[in-house]
Design a protein around this ligand. Structure first.
Ligand code: FES
Length: 179
């Protein structure tokens, strides 16, 4: 069973903490005033660290701080896979389905994960553990199928067997940490 993708626009924006606002200011102070827009990626990351994703209201706040139109901030959010536009599970699995990977089992990997997790691309498992997403080129086309776990860990040559091992291992780790 799966949960439908969350809609960030429907959810009220959680308040940003004073610590988050202070961190914004520290990033902004790294640039001359007229170049403060250069802090946009750092500020988006900080907001996401607090609430797990980037809420449209927070894009607005960041835009006001940086002297940027909200839409320009949103363009940054939507350009990079690492920014979540809605709440995600504990493990975010991004499978590359760009053309070179398509030619080397990228979709096979994605569809195998959909079947194993019982969700479709873009969804989160009901237990909140896994979110499955497509991604653009990860710069490792020769290692296809490739995927990123939680925006940090690159996994190469992901056969169905390796995908099973990965998911089972993450699930076991999450279960044992919860004990
Ligand atoms: S196309 Fe998938 S890593 Fe480049």
């Amino acid at each position: 069973m799966s949960s439908a993708p969350h809609s960030a626009t429907a959810a009220p924006a959680p308040a940003l903490s004073q610590q988050t606002l202070d961190r914004f200011q520290r990033e902004i102070a790294k640039f001359p005033y007229e170049g403060r827009a250069s802090a946009v990626m750092a500020c988006l990351s900080i907001a996401q660290q607090q609430i797990g994703y980037v809420h449209p209201e927070h894009e607005k706040i960041i835009g006001e701080l940086l002297g940027m139109p909200t839409i320009a901030v949103h363009e940054v959010t939507t350009f990079y896979n690492m920014y979540n536009q809605q709440p995600v599970g504990r493990f975010k699995l991004n499978v590359c389905t760009n053309l070179p990977c398509q030619l080397r089992d990228g979709y096979t990997a994605l569809h195998h994960l959909e079947k194993k997790l019982g969700i479709t691309m873009g969804e989160t498992t009901a237990d909140g553990l896994f979110t499955l997403q497509q991604s653009e080129c990860l710069g490792a086309c020769a290692d296809s199928p490739v995927m990123l776990v939680n925006d940090r860990t690159m996994c190469s040559f992901m056969s169905n067997e390796k995908l099973d091992q990965l998911v089972d291992g993450l699930r076991t780790a999450a279960t044992s940490e919860g004990k």
